[in-house]
Design a protein around this ligand. Structure first.
Ligand code: GLN
Length: 276
């Protein structure tokens, strides 16, 4: 068949696509390395057959309920762009509450060194380093997550301010920090099968599973963080919407002063624990 029979423009492909139109636009933007304006002002542009093939492959992934972020290996968080794949959690909007609270703390105190425990994609650490003068360390138990976090630090121009340590929580940490941030896994194990299909089928369970009651990592953080904090150091932890009281209790028992911040939905979302 002569090649022109296969010719299809951006506009035609978007018009014919059977997946959600926004997903279709983002997939094309990713394949063509265009922003939305470039895409929408080039609707008459004829697509190379290779691009159409790639688009169709990605559209199949979307139809199979793979989250768009994994299909295009891209997620947006705190106004920055992150590489993601199925080895790391997709950054969540709610986690911006944690990042914003920690950024405000760094910018209004003398805090300069940050540890991000369970860094995953590195989205929290990279945002903190991007928006402040701080330097920091990202820690994760997953080597493939750490590779992604490193890549994201470089991608967002904070590679020189970031280092990464493979460690099961604090076991291989030897320094002290002004600030510890963490968005640890906090879903109770038995709830994982009830999560949305796209989450339980594609996101890493290791990054979700907080043990039988979902609180396993908060116990470790409350018990051990003090050994890795400078005097007056602070811990910022993201929590599940219904875990505020339980995590507050854990931190009070460990001797911290506790403040809770809510998300935009009015739910408890961040616990701030400070050594008195
Ligand atoms: N810190 C990463 C995030 O906020 C990963 C969190 C996790 O793996 N539980 O997305």
């Amino acid at each position: 068949m002569p090649p022109f029979f296969n010719m299809i423009t951006i506009g035609q492909l978007l018009g014919q696509a059977t997946i959600n139109k926004k997903d279709a636009r983002y997939i094309l933007m990713s394949i063509l390395d265009m922003d939305q304006t470039q895409l929408l002002t080039n609707l008459q542009m004829v697509l190379e057959p290779e691009y159409v093939k790639t688009f169709n492959k990605m559209a199949v992934c979307i139809s199979n309920k793979m989250p768009l972020e994994y299909v295009i290996n891209t997620a947006f968080f705190m106004g920055l762009t992150f590489y993601v794949n199925e080895n790391v959690l997709i950054p969540r909007n709610d986690t911006e509450i944690l990042a914003e609270a920690a950024i405000k703390h760094i910018n209004t105190t003398n805090a300069l060194t940050v540890l991000d425990m369970c860094t995953g994609s590195g989205c929290v650490l990279v945002s903190l380093l991007h928006y402040t003068e701080a330097v920091g360390v990202g820690v994760d138990i997953s080597p493939s997550a750490l590779d992604i976090a490193k890549k994201n630090a470089v991608k967002n121009n904070v590679g020189h301010k970031a280092s990464f340590i493979l460690s099961d929580m604090f076991s291989d940490i030897k320094q002290k920090f002004d600030l510890i941030v963490s968005n640890p896994p906090y879903i109770p194990t038995a709830h994982i099968p009830t999560l949305e299909h796209s989450v339980k089928a594609h996101e890493p369970h290791m990054a979700l599973d907080g043990g039988a009651d979902g609180l396993r990592f908060y116990h470790t953080l409350a018990k051990e963080a003090a050994n890795f904090l400078e005097p007056n150091g602070t811990v910022f932890m993201e929590i599940g919407y219904d875990q505020g009281e339980a995590v507050k209790e854990i931190c009070l028992k460990a001797g911290y002063d506790v403040t809770i911040k809510k998300d935009y939905g009015g739910h408890d979302r961040v616990v701030i624990a400070q050594m008195p």
